[in-house]
Design a protein around this ligand. Structure first.
Ligand code: GTQ
Length: 350
């Protein structure tokens, strides 16, 4: 409330509120300033998880519960400012998933979109609609909404990846659907890597032909590290870094050139040794994974050191500077594409 009220009016208002409350009616003027803020005030906090720390807990869980028992053996990375929500930002989820040798995380599908970013291990797979993508460190693998997916590990090593999903967004819209396949694994439909060969070279099977197998779907679901790294290094060799991002490439959907999924944008960037970005804030709270190198994030007056495989979340509208002590390669994902569709995305560049 802006204007002061007399004691009498104030106490009568309190009595009015008490009478209305059982009827689920409330005065906007008491809360308007908190609802319609002049700029974002995310309750989410800046937070970094060091990989070794999280991995140790995950491996301990691995001794106690199987992937099949858990369905998904995952440690949720919950933002400390969003307790009880299983959210890393108000719209997104992050978790670390473990698959041990010979395990299968059973086949299911859901409305939620997911990305996997491999942290360690080689030789496990995510199968999407019965097609395996063999996963190696720092590969990006997608399981777009409502596509069958199971995970398995045919290697001799534990496999750990970061799961990024739009779980809070789907919950927000009350639009969650999920179902299980009767079999643990989807029958193999095509050889591993088929989609990458068909759609991964900036070409695609001609529309209307029988070869266009993933027509109408997000066609590509595997973006291997060996490929995106080469693109990023090529970019870095041939030009100046962007002052606010460094050298940055967004992963795109070859069907339309847009973001990889309807609710999640993903990118990688390279900051050359000694480079620091100019300060920038944006409305898309972002989860970063350090891929290579060491550096720091300067945010909220703090300096947060960054080392390989650390996970950092920077909520909406926090001014961020990233600096590289060595060549620093980062992966990041956010809800930018969803905000752009809704006309909400904004950024501030100093
Ligand atoms: O692999 O399908 O971390 O459904 C959370 C929910 C992973 C998955 C998560 C999921 C999955």
């Amino acid at each position: 409330m802006s204007a002061a009220l007399g004691n009498d009016a104030a106490s009568q208002l309190q009595a009015l509120y008490a009478e209305m409350q059982p009827r689920s009616l409330y005065p906007l003027w008491e809360v308007l300033g908190a609802l319609v803020t002049p700029e974002p005030r995310s309750p989410a906090r800046v937070h970094r998880w060091t990989y070794a720390d999280a991995r140790d807990y995950l491996l301990r869980a691995g001794d106690l519960i199987s992937a099949a028992q858990a369905e998904r053996r995952v440690l949720i990375m919950e933002n400390p400012g969003l307790p009880g929500t299983s959210s890393v930002t108000p719209s997104l989820y992050a978790g670390l998933q473990l698959i041990l040798p010979n395990e299968v995380a059973p086949c299911h599908r859901h409305a939620q979109c997911a990305l996997r970013f491999v942290m360690q291990g080689e030789g496990a797979f995510t199968a999407v609609d019965g097609e395996k993508a063999m996963m190696r460190p720092f590969d990006l693998v997608l399981t777009p909404g409502w596509q069958w997916h199971d995970h398995g590990n045919t290697s001799n090593e534990p496999m750990i990846w970061l799961d990024g999903l739009d779980i809070p967004t789907v919950l927000h819209f009350d639009a969650s659907f999920a179902e299980h396949l009767s079999a643990a694994a989807h029958p193999e439909t095509v050889p591993a890597g088929d989609t990458l060969r068909r759609y991964g070279r900036n070409m695609r099977p001609m529309r209307g032909t029988v070869s266009d197998r993933r027509q109408g779907r997000q066609p590509l679901f595997h973006y291997p590290y060996v490929e995106w790294r080469e693109s990023l290094l090529g970019l870095a060799r041939s030009g100046e870094p962007d002052p606010h991002f460094g050298h940055a490439l967004e992963f795109s959907n070859p069907a339309d050139g847009g973001a990889v999924m309807p609710t999640i944008s993903a990118h990688v960037r390279l900051l050359p040794a000694g480079f620091a970005t100019r300060p920038r804030a944006a409305t898309d709270g972002t989860v970063f994974v350090v891929v290579e190198g060491n550096g720091a994030a300067l945010v909220e007056g703090r300096t947060i050191p960054l080392s390989p495989r650390d996970v950092l979340v920077v909520p909406s509208w926090r001014e961020l500077v990233l600096q590289a002590d060595e060549d620093l390669v980062l992966f990041g994902y956010s809800d930018r594409v969803a905000q752009e569709k809704l006309g909400l995305f904004r950024e501030y560049r100093a």
